[in-house]
Design a binder for this molecule. Structure first.
Ligand SMILES: [Zn+2]
Length: 105
């Protein structure tokens, strides 16, 4: 069942996807990943690791440490990793190639 709000149309007139900037990524995430170790010696998530509870609960009974919801309601939360040097996004290779070709012509 679709939900609408007053003034909203049920007809989609357009759709656009784009990549977020670095600033937008940092604004929408809850954790900087700094720990390469995922779990401690007894299987608990390490703080700052990829399984940090701030990113969402791993246990169905535990509330999320970011939004407080149970695992089925929590949408999950983004973290980020600062890389030591810039890297190309492989999803943008075709776009980058088209831009390079456009400049050469
Ligand atoms: Zn959550």
């Amino acid at each position: 069942m679709a939900q609408t709000t007053e003034g909203a149309s049920e007809i989609v007139e357009g759709l656009r996807f784009s990549f977020m900037t670095d600033e937008e990524v940092r604004k929408h995430n809850v954790l900087k990943i700094t720990n390469p170790i995922l779990l401690d010696s007894v299987g608990r998530p390490m703080p700052g690791g990829l399984y940090d509870p701030l990113l969402g609960p791993m246990d169905e009974q535990a509330p999320c440490k970011s939004c407080g919801q149970q695992s089925f309601q929590c949408p999950g939360h983004c973290g980020h990793i600062d890389l030591v040097s810039p890297v190309y996004n492989p999803l943008l290779f075709d776009t980058n190639q088209r831009k390079r070709n456009a400049r050469i012509l």
